[in-house]
Design a binder for this molecule. Structure first.
Ligand SMILES: Cc1cc2nc3c(=O)[nH]c(=O)nc-3n(C[C@H](O)[C@H](O)[C@H](O)COP(=O)(O)OP(=O)(O)OC[C@H]3O[C@@H](n4cnc5c(N)ncnc54)[C@H](O)[C@@H]3O)c2cc1C
Ligand code: SF4
Length: 545
């Protein structure tokens, strides 16, 4: 007999075990502990995470601004697993052979990293999860949420996906249909373009009157070095090469502890070249003379990819709905010029938890009560920080140098000479395949400069047998796309998931390579790819990213 779906009732539910979800869990755990000490009730707080363990699917830079962490955990600096304090930093413009340093006086104070830390987000998250569990929060890993449960115009919980289906979707011996988890309030912290968040944003009209959310794609590696010929705690970020004019983005180098260093490349997902391969661009970036001399003798040990919301202030949706709150990247809370979202994720998770706690104490989960979350965020330093850079990304949409000029002028005049908000364009205007000058070839060396397949092996994705979690909506469109653009998905996907099979005239999907970046949902020129979370626990298994 087919097993029935289970039902679980929580008092407060959190979806996603990244910095936003974990800070919500910790704050709720702290409140519950204080309540228990004074003889009060203790709620059943549940956090669900799709990774095999907390941190398995997390990838970031990351240089963190510790402000929100200190508000959450007062002795954070002493106890957290930090890699390095930033000691030396530079912002550089790269030409193909040279590196031109922006003078320190030309950089606005908010772009400086004095007092910030380099961390591995995966490590910090594991530490935060231990903290939350110690405070009594129940963390369910290997649990993919596949859709919201909306009843009577309210978000009342989430549905987790089945396990134990074969390739064709038929139940195997270990079949588990999944669970419906109900709660009077759900904190959504699934990261960028969340599976539940995107549905509720539409269902509750949360993005009405806002600018559209846009994204960048990022690839990142952790590299092991035989020795470090630079001061500990050095970081640098680069603009220019290998990006071409018109591409918004750049590279980063962050010194970690021990033999490790984190490097990455971030490009806006509106590039025009259908042949662009972000993974290959990262290899080119590492071969730049300035970058390469920091990586001599290095060996890539982990590889990851992700999207980053970059719509900014004017694209942030309404943050509350009946029964739910949006936090972190799910709400687009990223400071684009700083390339930082972790402190905003932590802060929003913490405030969401405080509002959810008060609602639970009062037994009042009305929309008006939950609206307090957005009111408090709007009155906070986090909102002010986002407001200050509200038109930054928009300034760059007509090319990089013009963008630099506009952003500089904008800052200097406080935006008085400009429209506010500046308009933003969404989507791709791809050039025909072959119409752009070819990029210089990359020579692999099997250690530092890796071909995509070898790099993916460093991401260590693992999938049990199951139906593909990636789907092409209309394979007919791929025929036209192949003719005009030579199937960009076969290049832009950092996981090498898509392959054009000429004998069948179709795209073949190898979903077991997928690193969960969701770049495909934005980079396909025909909006023809759908990504959904695979079976809980499947995907990459990061430890250092
Ligand atoms: C390459 C790169 C470099 C970056 N550098 C920096 C930096 O230097 N400093 C900085 O501050 N920020 C940086 N950021 C941004 C920062 O990483 C994010 O803003 C931050 O991680 C957002 O936190 P979050 O908790 O909202 O989401 P996430 O960190 O994405 O966490 C979401 C969690 O939810 C889980 N999840 C998602 N969907 C589901 C589901 N359906 N079911 C169950 N679980 C689910 C995921 O597995 C994940 O664990 C960088 C991002 C990238 C990609
Ligand atoms: S999936 Fe998208 S990018 Fe790939 S061939 Fe089809 S239409 Fe083109």
């Amino acid at each position: 007999m087919a097993r029935a779906r289970e039902r679980l009732e929580a008092d407060i539910l959190i979806v996603g075990g990244g910095p936003a979800g974990l800070s919500a869990a910790i704050r709720l755990g702290q409140r519950a502990r204080d309540s228990a000490r004074s003889g009060g009730r203790e709620p059943f707080i549940v956090l669900v995470e799709k990774g095999r363990y907390v941190g398995a699917h997390l990838r970031s830079g990351a240089v963190i601004d510790p402000r929100a962490f200190r508000e959450l955990i007062p002795d954070f600096d002493r106890r957290a697993p930090l890699e390095q304090r930033v000691t030396e930093e530079a912002v550089l413009y790269l030409t193909p052979r040279r590196a031109l340093r922006f003078p320190a006086w030309a950089l606005p104070p908010e772009l400086k990293n004095e007092g910030n830390y380099v961390v591995s987000l995966s490590k910090v998250a594991r530490w935060m999860a231990e903290e939350a569990e110690r405070l009594g929060v129940t963390i369910l890993t290997e649990t993919s949420v596949v859709e919201p449960i909306i009843e009577g115009g309210r978000l009342v919980g989430v549905r987790t996906g089945p396990k134990g289906l074969d390739r064709n979707g038929q139940p195997r011996a270990n079949y588990d249909p999944g669970t419906d988890i109900y709660a009077p309030v759900t904190i959504l912290a699934e990261g960028a373009h969340g599976t539940v968040a995107r549905v509720v944003i539409r269902a509750f009209g949360l993005a009405g009157g806002r600018q559209p959310m846009i994204y960048s794609g990022a690839v990142k590696e952790v590299i092991e070095l035989p020795r470090k010929d630079y001061p500990p705690g050095k970081i640098f970020t680069t603009l220019g090469y290998p990006a071409r004019y018109g591409t918004f983005g750049g590279g980063f180098f962050y010194d970690m502890s021990g033999p490790y260093v984190a490097v990455g490349l971030v490009y806006s997902l509106d590039w025009t070249d259908p042949d662009l391969d972000l993974h290959e661009e990262l290899q080119r970036w590492k071969l730049h003379p300035y970058v390469h001399r920091h990586l001599q003798g290095g060996r890539v040990v982990q590889y990851s990819a992700c999207i980053i919301p970059e719509g900014g202030y004017y694209a942030i949706p309404r943050l509350y709905m009946p029964g739910g709150l949006l936090t972190g990247d799910s709400a687009g809370l990223v400071n684009v010029p700083r390339n930082k979202g972790i402190h905003l994720a932590v802060y929003s998770g913490m405030v969401a938890a405080e509002v959810a706690w008060d609602a639970w104490q009062a037994g009042d989960f009305s929309e008006e009560r939950l609206a307090e979350y957005e009111r408090r965020l709007r009155a906070s330093w986090a909102w002010e920080e986002l407001y200050r850079v509200r038109n930054f990304r928009q300034a760059f949409q007509d090319g990089f140098l013009l963008g630099l000029l506009r952003a500089g002028l904008y800052r200097w005049t406080g935006g008085r000479l400009f429209r506010d908000p500046l308009p933003i364009r969404v989507g791709h205007r791809l050039a025909r395949h072959g119409s752009q000058a070819p990029r210089p070839p990359v020579r692999w060396d099997d250690a530092l400069i890796l071909d995509k397949r070898s790099d993916i092996a460093r991401g260590a994705p693992k999938y049990d047998e199951q139906p593909s979690h990636l789907r092409i909506v209309d394979s007919g469109l791929c025929l036209e796309c192949q003719r005009l653009y030579d199937s960009p998905c076969t290049k832009f996907c950092p996981g090498d998931v898509f392959r054009w099979e000429p004998s069948e005239a179709r795209i073949v999907i190898s979903h077991e390579n997928c690193l969960h970046p969701k770049i495909c949902e934005f980079a396909c020129p025909y909006d023809n790819i759908r990504w959904s979370p695979p079976q809980g626990g499947d995907g990459p298994n990061y430890t250092l990213t």
